[in-house]
Design a binder for this molecule. Structure first.
Ligand code: PEP
Ligand code: MG
Length: 584
């Protein structure tokens, strides 16, 4: 085994050790490039058959519904898709790959899709491309069925720890890893502030991106160490290196344990300025990863992940039960539920959304909810009912104009009117993540109850830099002075307008960001659950006067490099002090 060191960019801290599990990307999902043990081949072939039959049945259902509504002619396309799934040549190829080469079914199907694409790629003309799509799409339905059936097309082992090596850090890759013993993630692509990265931090999985050709350079099964903080990966390590890494991981955990001692105290700076520290959550399962008593509430519950993990849209009752289960863990403390923020890189498997050439600027967040009104109303009603169990609040994503807020107000008014007084009013907040909203704070403040600043998207839209696009990730700079100035202005406006204003973007949970935001004037920060204790401990090492000066100096810098250097030096000094005080 040859050892190699791979360099990348830090996405989520921690040290992870495990066997490499290499996945490659198919048309719609990540799938394992994996050869099955001989003993699993028969079972895998059966899994394939079941999924294929389910896909045929699903297509036939759509065919009958379409025939009823639009006529037989329109429905014929689905008949053709069914025929594709019965094509003897295609079936022969897939079965042979599974039986003789022992490929997992997902990977065997992908080979077939690749074959179509190669065949049609060389040919000119839109009709040819459409033909390739006609042959490929039905097989994507089978892939989806395989995926739904076992909850993970990755087929990860359930025992020992693994390091997931993939081309791209997508939200679905991370959500699906969550129920498996994933000790680290290594990817070639993905943005540091992409939703995949957000999730990796939230699940406390050490992760490194930007490792070029990661899936070719790391061999399936070889031992790998991920150093999250340093953005470094060691592949093909020996036993001694694994022991050293384990020791380092243990030391870091010790520091975390030591700071956890103070975590249940309210957040404040050394001189006693109150700064509440809340948690960001994606699922009730996140509550297993940190002490919920440490958080002064939930500043952001990204409800879309509940919807993304499932096979169909959750009913009002199901949603309500989930919301109530979270509220019960935070008695007497606020829980801010953000309404469905799908679109962009967050897709629902059971809803086809239109193809968009620029999805981040397209049909996303509140824009989707305002069109899917029936589904939006289900969510609002579930939240209003859940408010009986605690301090539930509602946060609207991607608001860009006051009119959108007014539309939501009208919907909730109707909801209350229809309930004959049985539903309680929900405090309604607006995410400040589109520059237009940041420029309209006064107007929005008159008609909502609170603001929450989403720095992840604010940076994306302020700089016109796609947060998921590795080609421009150098330009994605949360510590750029222009962004820091906007943040100071928002904090000041929030104070002037006397509207509670929190920050829930990722920078709130990075030491440099925590210190800057407190200095800029924010008195409420919401960070990934596992970082709540650290953020509190860090704030206790600082005086608000010094932080104010630090924020002014950082915002006055001319370049991101200067501002970031200043803030990171300050963060390193406070971090050292925090470790010293924790007795390590
Ligand atoms: C943000 O944009 O900063 C935010 C918190 O929301 P998300 O990362 O889910 O887009
Ligand atoms: Mg956002």
């Amino acid at each position: 085994m040859t050892r190699q060191e791979l360099k990348g960019v830090s996405v989520s801290p921690g040290v992870g050790i495990g066997a490499a599990f290499v996945v490659v990307r198919s048309g719609h999902e990540a799938i394992a490039r994996r050869v099955l043990p001989a003993s699993q081949v028969a079972e895998a072939m059966e899994r394939f058959e079941t999924a294929r039959i389910r896909a045929i049945e699903a297509l036939q259902r759509v065919q009958s519904a379409t025939a009823r509504e639009f006529g037989i002619q329109d429905a014929a396309i689905y008949g053709a898709q069914v025929a594709v799934l019965k094509d003897p040549d295609a079936l022969r190829l897939i079965r042979r790959l599974m039986r003789d080469e022992r490929l997992a079914p997902e990977f065997a199907i992908q080979q077939l899709i690749n074959k179509f694409e190669k065949l049609f790629d060389g040919l000119e003309g839109g009709a040819m491309k459409n033909w390739a799509a006609d042959l490929r799409d039905p097989w994507q339905v089978v892939l989806r069925e395989l995926d739904l059936e076992d909850g993970s097309a990755l087929g990860m082992p359930s025992g020992a720890g693994i390091i997931l090596v993939a081309e791209e850090l997508t939200p679905s890759l991370v959500t699906r890893s969550h129920s498996h013993p994933v000790r680290g993630i290594v990817c070639a692509r993905g943005g540091r502030f992409s939703h995949g990265a957000v999730l990796a931090r939230s699940f406390a999985i050490p992760a490194v991106i930007g490792v070029e050709n990661a899936t070719d350079r790391v061999r399936h099964g070889e031992p790998v160490i991920v150093f999250g903080e340093e953005g470094r990966v060691l592949a093909g390590v020996d036993a001694e290196q694994q022991v050293q890494a384990l020791t380092l991981a243990e030391e870091r955990k010790e520091v975390r344990r030591a700071v956890a001692g103070l975590a249940r105290e309210p957040g404040r700076t050394a001189d006693g300025t109150r700064i509440e520290v809340l948690a960001n959550l994606e699922s009730p399962r996140d509550l297993e990863l940190f002490d919920p008593e440490a958080a002064e509430g939930v500043g952001l519950f990204r409800t879309e992940f509940l919807f993304m993990e499932r096979a169909e849209f959750p009913s009002e009752r199901e949603q309500c039960e989930i919301y109530e289960s979270v509220l019960q863990r935070f008695p007497g403390r606020p829980v801010v539920f953000r309404t469905l923020d799908v679109g962009g890189d967050k897709r629902l498997r059971y809803f086809r959304t239109p193809h968009e050439s620029n999805p981040a600027m397209g049909w996303r967040g509140l824009r989707v909810s305002l069109q899917w009104r029936d589904l939006f109303l289900v969510q609002l009603r579930a939240l209003a009912v859940a408010r009986r169990s605690g301090d539930a609040r509602v946060l609207l994503p991607m608001v860009s104009a006051l009119e959108e807020l007014r539309e939501v107000q009208a919907l909730v008014e109707q909801l209350y009117a229809d309930s004959n007084g049985s539903l309680q009013r929900l405090p309604l907040g607006v995410m400040i993540e589109v520059p237009a909203a940041a420029m309209a704070l006064r107007d929005l403040a008159r008609e909502c109850d609170f603001f929450s600043v989403g720095t992840n998207d604010l940076v994306q839209y302020l700089y016109a830099v796609d947060r998921d696009n590795p080609w421009v990730s150098e330009l994605y700079q949360p510590y750029h002075p222009a962004h820091l100035r906007v943040l100071r202005a928002i904090a000041r406006a929030g104070e002037r307008l006397a509207l509670p204003t929190s920050v829930c973007g990722e920078m709130a949970g990075h030491a440099a960001g925590t210190l800057f935001l407190a200095g800029a004037g924010f008195r409420s920060l919401s960070v990934a659950g596992p970082f709540v204790a650290e953020a509190k401990a860090l704030l206790r090492t600082a005086d608000i006067g010094a932080l104010r000066q630090l924020a002014v100096r950082a915002a006055a810098c001319a370049t991101a490099r200067e501002a970031q250097g200043l803030l990171e030096d300050a963060a390193a000094a406070h971090w050292k002090e925090m470790v010293r005080r924790s007795g390590r």
